[in-house]
Design a protein around this ligand. Sequence first.
Ligand code: NAD
Length: 493
Amino acid sequence: MSLIQHRIGGAEAGGGGTAPLHDPATGERTGEVLLGRAAEVDAAVGAAARAFQTWQDVSQARRARIMFAFRDLLERHEDELARLITAEHGKVLDDARGEIVRGREVVEFACGIPSALKGEYSDQVSSGIDAFSFRQPLGVCAGIVPFNFPVMVPLWMHPIAIATGNTFVLKPSERVPSASALIADLYAEAGLPDGVFNVLNGDRETADALIRHPDVAAVSFVGSTPVARHVHETATASGKRVQALGGAKNHAVVLPDADLDHAADQITAAAYGSAGQRCMAISVVVAVGEAADPLVARLADRARAIKVGPGTEPGTEMGPLISADALRRVTGHVDAAAAAGAKVVVDGRGLAGPGHFLGPCLLDEVATDLPAYAEEIFGPVLIVLRAGSLDEAIALVNANPHGNGTAIFTSSGEAARRYQRAVHVGMVGVNVPIPVPMAFYSFGGWKASLFGDTHVHGPEGVRFYTRAKAVTSRWPEPQTASTAGEMAFPTAT
Ligand code: NAD
């Protein structure tokens, strides 16, 4: 059985408690992971702080070259990384490869960091005076990440932080730590100096100590809404910069003029891919007017056809849930909704074990005050709501406390434009069910899906990991310039 260690200052490090690791497809225990405590948190932050002293002065060109090498290594090790993801998370191998590719795109953005860091320059803002601004790194940045994207979500953070001159301490989810150890190896092979990227394994106690550590300058968090709120409050209380992305309840609005076969195909993939354990999964369909009955029939046909099984088995389309607890919680939502009068159109409950498997579930006629609608389920459960008009659908989506992603299916450009402007959601798809922005845009939700001001990666990521400096500069020519200072507040001459 493996024991997953920390990576601190370029070397494996022990210390702290331990937690078991499981294969969700069998329920079997496969190894253990260390849980860092105060001493390990100190060691990781200390290593990152020491590395920052030199890394901040490494040229942009060299930082970019390391990112190019890291990007190639990620591609070469894609299969190995995908297998580590599937072994601990359970998602199918193709899905694991997909998250690696999307994460790698952030590294590709970071390869162009010199362009993203270009400052501004104004010549002769006053007589003999120029003004310019540029951005500098913050110091030690921490990343605390969820179980559902063991590679992609951390890659939203550390390539940008590191390329902009910061050093980084990553705390992976204690349920899926193995891929991060390989990522640390790949950075080292790419030529990243020791201590610039550190992996501190652990749980909530580790995360809390990291957030509160006085030498951590900034915290990036992705996870559930209650924890995101807590991380945001805790980190801002100690004066740190923080971006905390939370949970989601993503609605797809389907208008009667949509191509219903296309909509059903896309929504099925977005609802049940990765067993619904994606922050951008579609978990609610809002069927408008006469779209409802034919759409439900199509969704039901497609949900019943999904092949459920271990993520490593060829042909499998949907793997297990992450844990026995998750299986109980998600099944409990379906049980409670059914007991309260919802119609279970497709029932994925009762699959034979071993492993934490739940088949696709499709619920119709769900009251919006039921926990199945009011809470994030984070499993393969799709709820259908019905609305009389586009305006009613928009009001429904906007009344939801979450605002991560949404999609509209329609053949009307006017309706799509009205929706994209009116909806209180951070990422909108038009006939695209999972509108995860490309790496050169930024990713983030609204309302209870994001605490903080900046989204992750892309231009907002660069801004988050750097701070601006404005310089006003005079190089007097001795013969002509007046050297006398002015006591009055200086104005341009
Ligand atoms: P989680 O909130 O339980 O855990 C996330 C991370 O926080 C883990 O590293 C965990 O160890 C740590 N943690 C847990 N409790 C903590 C506490 N009290 N204090 C400090 N740290 C704590 O989330 P999860 O179950 O791993 O992941 C699923 C959740 O993540 C879902 O809600 C999903 O929507 C969300 N998510 C959001 C996005 C997004 O972009 N908005 C992306 C992926 C996942």
